[in-house]
Design a protein around this ligand. Structure first.
Ligand code: ACM
Ligand code: ZN
Length: 768
């Protein structure tokens, strides 16, 4: 009887397995992991997670990762996967192996089991995120979805390059709530980012409850609508991504105010949520500058009890008064209790030290402590705060300005000023740990067009000049999301994605072997997953509408995407209205023959980008001059003196000129008190609209046939301006006036037929 039963069971199992669908085999193109693993080998077939898949653990260190995996399947599949510590068939095994680096893991998937190996919890957690990305995108769903949960057979060995793979959010300029923070932490976890920097205080609002100083949040968390809000409101007329989150307004003291803050309980909730996702939360309390929201309510903190804006920055806390030191330490005493992180960020950036120059308390402190200047006063303050943090078992971190007055070896620097590599060098030479968070690549509040994906991906955070030891002090990288122009969570997503994926990969994968095309192909596959996560990512901008279009009769307007992306379409309008998916769909260049406004925007399903707007201006041809050109070149006049405006340069028609072949300032780099005027003729090859572009410091004006075509006036550093004019074939008089600034000096002129590539204006096309 026993044998008979066993036989029946075997037969049943045989038929059951025969009736099962074969498990799919995946191809390399299906594996779109970001960040890219160190080593990966794809096998045949796959593992299917079902409601009965067991999860087998030994010890505590895989628990967090296993819980996370269980949670994913509970939400998306309604599976109640069980953790067990005995052997099982068709299981996911978590095994501890000593000797793997922090964050490192091994993952082996075959049709009957999954083996995850790591030496500590972050390694296990990273492995689970790899599994998450190998699963169908439905695993991100908040609703139960009925799909087969296949994971490709694969063998991966992986570990991170850097230990700090960070993202930052600014809660002060515009505020984001606990649920939004949690969503953001989920995105970070997916891409194995592990450090979340919360900029909690700034001039525009104090965002963390401090029990000893209740006014910080009772009043300091609320402000009247400001200039940045007005600009957001203007942009929001056309672009809902600029709508200020209405739920952050409330009536305070009888006025409608913007703001919000986290109670200490909410912060604990965020810290715990992040902790479950292997993410350390770093708090920033920015001091002694960017401190207006505190000084407004505790005015004894400033040098002369004033609070507000000086020319560029706000009045800082006074560093000559003992009360300031006490105040900061009382705040930090509460901060260190709530944030378990080793690092406490104290800002230190952009301090208006002019206040200290005039303050008797500050000057007295400088004398008393034998300090050289106000930078050293800030440094003295930092050291005092640092000692205090050490007494609480914490380390001080600050923006790179804190290197200026000197600092201890223990402080950690966040280098942000791309234009001040000397600050990074100084920190490196001093032996400080650094995190690279530079404006040159990692400022995500900058538009995508300014800091695009490819630039970020290509950015190598360790300067070539760094010694081996200095390189080892680079703890990692971080991207920042300053929120002056980010008034809601959708806009934050738009600024963060897909660029955050480049930071994730740069923070993880070694520099050697990086390849943008391969990365970008994987990014493109991530968009569908981001759709399930309800992320409003950036899609390529519409190109072709960057400059005013001039027409005489009509012209064809070609549009294109800044880079191709599957599923993205362009829609446009010709009546000034906001383009929607019901507007004209761009198929091919279209003709315009009147003055009008063109607006265009790209869509990928419901995801849209910022609108591009251009004016079409109807004009008439300027007739050619009846001149007989004998010689090529320009007349260059040098005029001495200082002019308030470029256009004040009027009297160049003396005989003191020389003939030159091109427009440049090379002969005058060290000259003082001079201005240049070039005159000559421009030759138009055919009747057409011509574009001219000047690049100059100081200011310049370019006239053709007495018309001001390029207005690059004012008083500025090197910058470009352009203008257009319709010219009949032939010679046209040209005048360029240039009033230099101090340095660097530059004057260049380029031209092209409208729509073609600009080339330098040289002798060949000119004459007099
Ligand atoms: C900064 O952007 N002020 C650190
Ligand atoms: Zn002072």
């Amino acid at each position: 009887m026993k044998n008979c039963l066993a036989f029946i069971t075997l037969i049943t199992l045989f038929f059951a397995s025969c009736s099962q669908k074969p498990k799919p085999t995946f191809t390399a193109a299906d594996i779109t992991l970001i960040p890219k693993p160190l080593q990966l080998e794809l096998g045949e077939s796959s593992f299917e997670v079902t409601s009965t898949t067991a999860i087998v653990l030994e010890g505590d260190s895989p628990k967090k990762a296993a819980d996370y995996l269980v949670g994913l399947f509970k939400t998306a599949a309604n599976f109640n996967l069980e953790l067990q510590n005995t052997l099982a068939k068709e299981a996911i095994f978590f095994t501890t192996e000593e000797g793997l680096n922090e964050g490192a893991y091994k993952l082996k998937v075959n049709p009957t089991s999954i083996h995850i190996t790591a030496s500590e919890e972050t390694g296990f957690f990273n492995a689970v995120q790899t599994i998450r990305q190998l699963l169908p995108k439905a695993i991100e769903s908040k609703k139960v979805i009925d799909v087969a949960w296949y994971i490709p057979s694969i063998s991966i060995e992986d570990e991170p390059r850097f230990k700090w793979r960070g993202m930052h959010m600014d809660f002060s300029r515009h505020f984001f709530k606990v649920d939004e923070v949690k969503s953001f932490l989920d995105y970070m976890a997916l891409y194995k980012m592990n450090t979340y920097h919360m900029h909690l205080t700034d001039d525009q609002g104090w965002r963390m409850e401090i029990k000893k100083y209740p006014l910080l949040t009772e009043k300091g968390a609320w402000r009247l609508p400001n200039n940045q809000d007005s600009i957001c409101n203007t942009r929001a007329v056309e672009n809902e991504l600029f709508k200020i989150d209405e739920s952050n307004f409330k009536e305070v003291d009888g006025e409608r105010k913007y703001g919000g803050f986290f109670t200490q309980e909410e912060i604990k909730e965020i810290v715990a949520y992040a902790g479950d996702r292997n993410i350390t939360v770093i708090p920033e309390i920015d001091m002694p500058g960017h401190f207006k929201s505190a000084i407004d309510n505790y005015t004894y903190l400033s040098c002369n009890e004033d609070s507000g804006w000086d020319t560029v920055f706000t009045y800082p806390a006074c560093l000559g008064k003992e009360t300031t030191y006490e105040f900061m330490k009382n705040i930090l005493s509460e901060v260190v209790e709530i944030f378990p992180s080793k690092y406490i960020h104290i800002g230190g950036d952009e301090v208006n030290i002019k206040s200290w120059e005039k303050c008797p308390h500050c000057q007295k402190a400088i004398k008393e402590y034998g300090l050289a200047d106000e930078h050293e006063l800030q440094s003295h303050f930092n050291r005092d705060i640092e000692q205090f943090l050490h007494s609480k078992g914490k380390k001080l971190m600050g923006w790179d300005e804190i290197v200026e007055g000197g600092l201890t070896k223990e402080a950690t620097i966040m280098w942000w000023r791309g234009w001040r590599p000397d600050a990074l060098k100084k920190a490196a030479e001093n032996g400080n740990d650094v995190v690279i968070s530079t404006t040159d690549a990692y400022y995500f509040d900058y538009l995508n067009e300014g800091n695009p994906l490819e630039k970020i991906y290509g950015y190598e955070p360790i300067p070539e000049s760094f010694t081996k030891e200095q390189s080892e002090n680079v703890m990692g990288i971080q991207a920042n999301l300053w929120s002056e122009w980010i008034p809601n969570f959708k806009r934050l997503q738009y600024q963060a994605f897909p660029r955050m994926l480049a930071v994730a990969e740069n923070g993880w994968a070694p520099q050697k072997g990086k390849d943008f095309e391969g990365f970008n192909a994987r990014v493109e596959k991530q968009y569908d997953r981001l759709d399930v996560l309800n992320v409003h990512y950036y899609i390529p901008a519409v190109k072709g509408l960057d400059k005013e279009i001039m027409i005489v009769d009509s012209t064809l307007v070609p549009l294109e995407l800044a880079y191709p992306l599957e599923g993205v379409e362009i829609f446009y309008t010709l009546d000034g209205s906001v383009p929607t998916q019901k507007s004209l769909k761009y198929e091919k260049p279209f003709s315009v023959k009147d003055t009008m406004i063109i607006k265009a925007r790209a869509y990928r399903n419901d995801i849209f980008n910022d609108i591009k707007t251009v004016k079409v201006v109807k004009s008439e041809y300027v007739d050619a001059a009846a001149v007989d050109i004998k010689e090529k070149g320009f007349r260059r006049y040098v005029l001495k003196g200082k002019y308030k405006e470029v256009d004040n340069i009027k009297t160049w028609t003396n005989n003191k000129w020389e003939k030159v072949d091109s427009v440049d300032v090379a002969d005058f780099v060290d000259e003082k008190n001079f201005n240049l005027v070039y005159t000559g003729y421009f030759y138009a090859d055919k009747d057409d609209v011509y574009e001219f572009e000047t690049r100059s410091d100081g200011g310049d004006h370019l006239y053709i046939a007495d018309k001001l075509v390029v207005d690059n006036g004012g008083w500025h550093g090197p910058r470009k301006r352009f203008g257009k004019i319709a010219l009949r074939k032939g010679w046209h008089p040209i005048v360029l006036k240039y009033r230099p600034s101090d340095k660097p000096r530059v004057i260049e002129v380029k031209y092209a037929v409208q729509g073609e590539e600009l080339v330098p204006l040289k002798t060949q096309a000119t004459g007099f």
